[in-house]
Design a protein around this ligand. Structure first.
Ligand code: ADP
Ligand code: MG
Length: 421
């Protein structure tokens, strides 16, 4: 073999290398699949990302108008009511709020108005400090990254906007995360009223109604002066949403209406979740590409459903606190002997036993019952109330996921692995 061909890896040498029947280039197929639009299914992945906000939001006109109507006083510099937006995951709350904020914000900027819009995702921002800092940034009030106390940042915000006579519409997305971690102090401060011409209106967004119980009644009534509920999408609405993304992101002819329909139907059965529908579409297309198939088939969607569900379960299981994990192990261990169901009594007895085995103080019966309800909501267990006539009722619980997945994840936990015989 010519020495030069081995040492110099320019295109020419590679071609020679291949022609000579040498080792196959292990990357050739990957590079070709991406470069060759004949087999690539996803041509523009950016349109499938969850943070992409389409120019049009089909089947959300009503919600866009309702939010627009509620916020409209700000166009005349009058303070709008605070609004609470509620709906399950993937019902378009974030997309609609950002859409309305974006449109109103452009309108106000053109008019040189003093109204500003701040959108903050409380979960992503993480701390009260970061949330305040993001609101300050939107208002053009400068604060350092760190170093100040929370109270100081708040004072600078108040001073800054009153000096400029500025008005703020603040969207607090995933507001439940803020309240669960820090309580309602910040909300209390923000809804308390401001000096002079300035005002701050809050649009609070959440998929969890339970957090309201943690709010002081005054904060609650002020935060939900108006409420806007987002219903789940139906299968045909999801199909319309998907069709638009197919046109934007996929190679023409690679995704048929059967595939769109199946993704929409599966996501509608979940709870009308547009995020799940889009995930299904994206993952099916990725699977088809990986299999070298130029067209997405129903089998890819089925496979995608399994992959996504497994990922979700793993994520939930990995993030559960210790006592919830023990509750799951108790359900697993009692139901192995019997009809698969566990009564509340035997569940609690087994839970106490497991706590004893690892030297842990058990929680009360009532607290464990709350943990079971939370696991039910997360889709890890399922509960049924069973009546025994005049002997009352008991709650029967069973595991809805594969015990092998539980073992795989809890097995990594030193404390729990001893309980996984
Ligand atoms: P939520 O905030 O209620 O959980 P999102 O607004 O984040 O839901 O929506 C989930 C995903 O579905 C996002 O990628 C979003 O762009 C998309 N989506 C939601 N509703 C629509 C719609 N009506 N038209 C197009 N895409 C939508
Ligand atoms: Mg959201």
């Amino acid at each position: 073999m010519n020495r030069r061909n081995i040492q110099i890896h320019n295109d020419e040498s590679l071609i020679v290398y291949r022609k000579q029947g040498g080792r196959r280039d292990p990357l050739e197929e990957i590079i070709e699949t991406v470069a060759n639009p004949k087999t690539a299914v996803i041509l523009r992945p950016e349109y499938l990302r969850t943070d992409y906000i389409p120019n049009e939001l089909p089947h959300r006109d009503q919600q866009i108008r309702a939010l627009g109507r509620s916020l409209a006083p700000c166009l005349r510099l009058t303070k709008p009511s605070n609004i609470f937006v509620y709906g399950k995951t993937g019902t378009g709350k974030t997309a609609v709020c950002r859409y309305v904020f974006g449109r109103f914000s452009r309108e106000m900027l053109e008019k040189g108005s003093q109204v500003r819009f701040a959108y903050v995702n409380c979960r992503i921002a993480g701390t009260e400090y970061r949330i305040l800092a993001e609101i300050c940034a939107a208002a053009g009030v400068s604060v350092p990254f760190t170093g100040l106390s929370k109270g100081e940042v708040f004072n600078r915000l108040v001073d800054g906007i009153s000096k400029m006579g500025m008005c703020l519409v603040v969207g607090l997305d995933e507001i439940d995360v803020l309240v669960k971690t820090y309580g309602d102090n910040l909300l209390y401060e923000l809804t308390r009223g401001f000096a002079g011409e300035s005002w701050v209106s809050i649009v609070g967004i959440s998929n969890d109604l339970m957090f309201k119980e943690r709010l002081d009644p005054r904060v609650l009534s002020s935060l939900s002066e108006e409420e806007l509920v987002f219903p789940p999408y139906t299968a045909s609405e999801l199909a319309d949403i998907l069709r638009e993304r197919v046109v934007l992101a996929m190679r023409p002819g690679s995704v048929g209406d059967d595939v769109v329909g199946l993704c929409a139907a599966l996501a509608a059965a979940e709870h009308g979740d547009a995020r799940r529908a889009l995930d299904l579409l994206r993952v099916s297309a990725e699977l088809a590409e990986r299999n070298g198939s130029a067209k997405v088939g129903e089998q890819h969607v089925r496979q995608a459903q399994i992959t996504i569900e497994r990922g979700r379960v793993q994520e939930v299981l990995s993030s559960l606190p210790l006592h919830s994990r023990l509750v799951i192990l108790s359900v697993m261990s009692v139901s192995r002997s019997g009809d698969g169901y566990t009564s509340s009594g035997s569940l609690y007895a087994r839970y106490r036993e497991l706590c004893g085995r690892i030297g842990l103080e058990p929680l009360t019966d009532r607290r464990v019952s709350t943990l079971v309800s939370e696991l039910d909501m997360l889709g890890i267990v399922s509960c049924d109330l069973v009546s025994f006539g005049r002997h009352g009722r008991t709650r029967k619980t069973r595991l809805t996921i594969d015990p092998a997945e539980v073992k795989a994840i809890f097995g990594k936990d030193e404390l729990l692995s001893s309980l996984l015989e």
